[in-house]
Design a protein around this ligand. Structure first.
Ligand code: 5GP
Length: 122
């Protein structure tokens, strides 16, 4: 798998506003926020897409969701609520091929997220 911008963030080769880190995961603010709180929670081990998650990755992927809850409790929006999203491939809107959980919070979010969009020219 080729290196993505998220590996560069993990390795501190490019800056990011990091809000959480442990031995398996990193969370940082999305550069183009879609809600008052928009964080990306990523495994330090690169996995390209949700399709590439294996049984061996169950622990680390579950850990990403635990980290989301930890941040929500720590930052005081757990009870108000939030949304966790993992986009997969083109129709899912994935643009960075290192899995990540989007954590969106800070105001009531709309549903469904569907908007008309042409397939990207990947
Ligand atoms: P995706 O579209 O793959 O689900 O989400 C990728 C997310 O990464 C997007 O929301 C985009 O704004 C964010 N992103 C892309 N490049 C960077 C970057 O260099 N730094 C940060 N903090 N976020 C980025």
């Amino acid at each position: 798998m080729s290196e993505t911008i998220f590996t560069k963030i993990i390795n501190r080769e490019i800056p990011a506003d990091i809000v959480y880190e442990d031995d398996r995961a990193l969370a940082f603010k999305d550069i183009n926020p879609q809600a008052p709180v928009h964080l990306l929670i990523i495994p330090k081990q690169p996995i390209a897409t949700a399709n590439a998650i294996t049984q061996d990755d169950r622990e680390v992927v579950g850990h990403l969701y635990w980290v989301a809850g930890e941040i929500a409790r720590r930052d005081g929006f757990a009870d108000d609520g939030y949304r966790l999203v993992m986009n997969c491939n083109d129709d899912g809107g994935q643009t960075v091929y290192h899995i990540h959980v989007h954590l969106l919070a800070g105001k009531p979010l709309g549903w469904p997220p569907y908007q008309e969009r042409k397939k990207s020219a990947l």
